[in-house]
Design a binder for this molecule. Sequence first.
Ligand code: NAD
Ligand code: DAO
Ligand code: ZN
Length: 368
Amino acid sequence: MKTRAAVAWSAGEPLSIETVDLDGPRAGEVLVEIKATGICHTDHFTLSGADPEGLFPAILGHEGAGVVVDVGPGVTTLKPGDHVIPLYTPECRGCKFCLSRKTNLCQLIRGTQGKGLMPDGTSRFSIGGKPILHYMGTSTFANHIVAPEIALAKIRPDAPFDKVCYIGCGVTTGVGAVLFTAKVEAGANVVVFGLGGIGLNVIQGARMVGADKIIGIDLNPEREKMARQFGMTHFINPKDVDNVVDAIVQLTDGGADYSFECIGNVKTMRQALECCHKGWGQSVVIGVAAAGQEIATRPFQLVTGRVWKGSAFGGARGRTDVPKIVDWYMEGKLQIDPLITHTLKLEQINEGFHLMERGESIRSVVVF
Ligand code: NAD
Ligand code: DAO
Ligand code: ZN
């Protein structure tokens, strides 16, 4: 079939709207009509050329929602008409990683997904016979995609696509890091570095679990208002204090119980660790730093009980947890609507990237 997509022909170039050939689903695969997709920082990172693993030409996008159109042989858990969210972290429930119950990083199709290919080693997208690569196994900047069954979460049919697409990355990454990775308990003091599309969701996760102080850190003063609406109790702009770590330690009577780095900057990753309480404070790295960057601290920070860990996709098991997060949104336990600051047509997708670069959007969503 033919579909429309924003194609990334090469790094650093704007996306180009093209008519693309899409082969139908093979064994274990599903054809999905994408109804809406968010534009995330990570798409920007790859398109900019800063992502060492970025491959071109490709169809980017990893934060979508849509409807199943057709299924390939052997697909048992989805049928045409089902509403789904594509998962860049699949959940096969059978690999060593899934069975460990210690991680959400399913590895069954990791090798081919990282190469921009379907599990059989080929691409379903092409233009004029030339293959176009998939991206993160999702490629939600296309109106139709083929994805493995294990990389699709079935969601309730009454959830609005233009809002719940954000659960495909940002919401789950932020809220999940609080609930599934850190397992923050009620009454804890939480610090969030970076109040963008991820950090604001960490803040609402912290509020959901009943955190006490929720301290937000951002260089952009415009972020304070929205963060307070999501549950932030204190705001620190690093420009306004001599030492951000000292300011947090003072505010929390010794340090944070939990901190989350949602920027991708190795300097703030260090601050996030060192602002944690001696003996038990945990710092979770969510931000993805540029290629070649390394983190540093004095090892004594760890010897004296602080814990440094990371979180991918909020530690969520996609097929199990994403439908629950959609339910929480539909039940009013989570806010998404105020975070969708811009809704665009596919033809306007490059404007979505510009809004992000200028710090003017939290989330832009493309509706097909
Ligand atoms: P964003 O650009 O929307 O937000 C970043 C925020 O950090 C902005 O508000 C900015 O003003 C602030 N900031 C920048 N430098 C700062 C500094 N030195 N001190 C204080 N504040 C500063 O980005 P986002 O979409 O929220 O993504 C955040 C990070 O999370 C990115 O690195 C992204 O790639 C990563 N990410 C990780 C995962 C994961 O699973 N681990 C998933 C999605 C995104
Ligand atoms: O299993 O080796 C692996 C990689 C899993 C991908 C996790 C990606 C999380 C961070 C990237 C940002 C996603 C938008
Ligand atoms: Zn698995």
